[in-house]
Write a protein that binds this ligand. Structure first.
Ligand code: MG
Length: 160
């Protein structure tokens, strides 16, 4: 039987280092550390891409955009998300909603949440009220708590 709804989940982690800009949900966030990666290392967008690709059962972002490919070096992750969204549409699906949780001890992300939602909503081509971004600390515990990295998880619904 055909199914007209699919969910997807994504998870990603990047290491925090000196000398890099911090990009989250398509925005550059003022901070003394940034995320290390082949692209701009926007961990939240990567988790979101993986959620969409998961819903389509198309693998993951590393399969579509290999970090061995020089074309993707330093690339703005918004471009990667645009490609993934185009693929969702090309396969005849629409995006219902997205829900992202960022796990970071620092910086405080609350002041940026609304702009993050607006940025992602535009890229996903859905209203901001169907685009959720949440942030939590891990109470000082683990690699996120020690500020060695930032993690993000995402869930999406697609439908047709
Ligand atoms: Mg990544």
């Amino acid at each position: 039987m055909d199914c007209n709804f699919r969910i997807g989940s994504g998870f990603d982690v990047h290491r925090l280092v000196e000398g890099r800009d911090l990009w989250l949900c398509g925005l550059r966030i003022d901070h003394h550390l940034g995320l290390l990666g082949h692209s701009d290392a926007d961990v939240a967008i990567h988790a979101l891409c993986d959620a969409l690709l998961g819903a389509l059962a198309l693998g993951d972002i590393g399969k579509l955009f290999p970090d061995s490919d020089p074309r993707y070096k330093g690339i703005d992750s918004k471009i990667l998300l645009s490609h993934v969204v185009a693929e969702v549409h090309r396969m005849g699906w629409k995006i219902g909603n997205a829900d992202i949780t960022i796990l970071a001890e620092r910086p405080k992300l609350r002041p940026h949440i609304d702009r993050m939602r607006d940025c992602l909503a535009e890229l996903l081509d859905i209203p901001a009220d169907r685009t959720s971004v949440k942030a939590t600390t891990t109470e000082g515990l683990g690699y996120t708590g020690r500020q060695e990295g930032i993690a993000a998880q995402a869930s999406v619904l697609i439908y047709r």
